[in-house]
Design a protein around this ligand. Structure first.
Ligand code: ADP
Ligand code: MN
Length: 517
């Protein structure tokens, strides 16, 4: 809220301001005042404008070259109080956990039976900066994010002994009992040496302590909950910002300048590349950062792309939604890598971190290359673009063993006199149960675009489908053609059901090689 503030106008006799304003190490407070009438302040219109202004400042729609950068090494940590607080909190939690680990070690010693404070940790493994973070994806059959073992703090019952002690209201026994029960508090709750001494706590004191201990625990639990489920509507929730910040902080990125695109499922940022930690990997001078949205709604209807993809089959059912989103990012990375290896013009993968994929930027000086739909090409360039697209589709199918599955003039960029393919998180292998249908849809989009664009030699969608897949479907109308496609898919599925593996006769020259990453 530091950018816009309605402050009371300064009194007319206010002097040049107190001395601390110029000397204060925290800098002079922003005293810009907007003088306005009460009616203005109450006005809904004004509120909306302020809100809009603020939103625009935080989530700029397009890259404004003149504007300051979105995230740099200098500005990020202080650009938002919330951000700063969160980073401090994270740091604090980490130290706290380290202390907890030391105590755990001290208590366990060499004992064969050990207890664990795992459940009391503040920083969950997926928040931590451990090497695990560097691994972009793990085999999820063993869930690496689950705490190792649940813990219970030992419960020490106190059984009253002796014939004199008869009622549970006995002050001494009750007091000792209360003291003993303090052990049930969370281990980080400092109860002093009371347990070891013959300390008798009155019910009143004990209850107050208990109340406090439990509310502390609940607070901590709430924090965890928020950390896990804070899937903000905007893609750059605090966790994502932190991830981006870390990339800048590590020097991998120089500056994140702003947002190129906000889609339903992702937000794309532009960044200037920094230095690579390893010599062999060069970070491109300009990068695009695709942040897969951590809101789940939009991804639900994409289930079919991934659920039936055998590469992800085993894992899908065992994943929680957050991991599924990471899987989209992972898929995009793998698919881009395949394409890169086949020499198809596409962004080069720089790094994948959780749901954030960094790749090379297609464009120059912060200006992204235009989509085919937005660019006016000469008829010669249009022809060139067509034959290149046909080639790329064949390469994608035969060499990468992939079907784009969202190919259209929206996901093709025109840069350096050629077409670049982007947006391949949903791409599947041709043997995917709906792979051929997706391919047909791609062919329809491409054929229509180039036919409308005046490319005389552009194949129609059915010819294009056969040219790309190497199949020879002879139906001369769309309905029959699609029926044949579905029949082929079904045949393949039945084969999978019966033999547990894919049929290898999809293309005339054999199944494209299964790419092994
Ligand atoms: P989605 O369509 O799922 O939101 P895309 O991968 O298509 O995601 O990215 C959205 C937009 O961001 C693209 O249309 C393109 O304008 C831009 N964009 C994405 N990746 C890059 C890149 N590597 N270089 C330049 N611009 C990019
Ligand atoms: Mn797209």
């Amino acid at each position: 809220m530091d950018s816009v503030g309605v402050t009371a106008a300064a009194p007319p006799d206010a002097g040049p301001g107190p001395a601390w304003q110029s000397k204060c190490p925290w800098g002079a407070p922003n005293t810009t005042s907007i003088s306005c009438s009460l009616a203005d302040v109450m006005s809904e219109q004004l509120a909306k404008e302020l809100q809009l202004e603020e939103e625009n400042a935080a989530f700029p729609e397009v890259v404004a070259v003149a504007e300051g950068p979105f995230i740099t090494g200098e500005n990020i940590d202080t650009s938002s109080d919330l951000m700063l607080a969160q980073m401090l909190q994270m740091e604090f939690d980490r130290e706290y956990d380290a202390q907890l680990r030391r105590e755990e070690k001290k208590i366990n010693g060499d004992s064969k039976v050990s207890i664990s404070f795992e459940n009391y940790r503040k920083v969950h493994p997926y928040d931590s900066d451990s090497s695990e973070d560097e691994v972009d994806w793990q085999d999820t059959r063993h869930d690496p994010y689950r705490a190792d073992k649940p813990t219970t703090t030992p419960r020490r019952g106190f059984i009253g002994k002796g014939k004199d002690i008869t009622t549970k209201h006995d002050e001494v026994v009750c007091g000792r009992k209360n003291t003993a029960r303090m052990e049930n508090f969370a281990p980080e709750f400092q109860v002093g040496d009371g347990i070891g001494m013959d300390l008798k706590l009155s019910n009143q004191v004990f209850n107050a302590l208990k109340q406090h201990a439990y509310s502390e625990e609940r607070r901590s639990a709430r924090l965890h909950e928020k950390k896990e489920h804070s899937t903000a509507e905007k893609a750059v929730d605090p966790k994502t910002r932190l991830l981006l910040y870390k990339m800048v902080n590590a020097g991998m990125l120089e500056t994140i300048t702003g947002c190129i695109s906000t889609g339903k499922e992702s937000v794309v940022f532009h960044a200037y590349g920094g230095k690579s930690a390893t010599e062999d990997k060069v970070i491109p001078p300009e990068c695009a950062i695709k942040v897969f949205k951590t809101t789940l709604n939009e991804f639900k209807n994409r289930d079919k792309y991934i659920k039936d993809d055998y590469r992800f089959k085993d894992r899908f059912s065992k994943l929680n939604p957050r991991k599924i989103i990471r899987m989209w990012a992972e898929k995009e990375m793998h698919n881009l890598t395949r394409m890169q290896n086949a020499g198809i013009p596409c962004p080069q993968v720089v790094i994948l971190k959780k749901h954030v994929l960094v790749m090379s930027f297609i464009g120059k000086d912060q200006i992204p290359a235009p989509k085919l739909k937005d660019v006016t090409l000469s008829s010669e360039d249009m022809k060139k673009a067509y034959s290149q697209t046909l080639n790329m589709m064949q390469q994608l199918y035969k060499e990468c063993n992939l079907v784009h599955a969202d190919l259209s003039e929206y996901n093709m960029l025109w840069h350096d006199g050629k077409v670049w393919l982007i947006d391949v998180s949903q791409s599947v292998e041709p043997t995917h149960p709906h792979g051929l249908e997706f391919l047909f849809r791609d062919c329809r989009n491409v054929a229509q675009f180039f036919q409308k664009g005046g490319v005389a030699e552009a194949l129609n969608e059915r010819q294009l489908f056969n040219a790309v897949s190497g199949l020879n479907i002879t139906a001369d109308n769309e309905v029959d053609f699609q029926a044949e496609i579905e029949a082929l898919e079904k045949m393949n599925e039945d084969h999978v059901q019966n033999h547990g593996k894919k049929l290898s006769t999809f293309s005339s020259d054999g199944d494209p090689p299964i790419y092994d990453e």
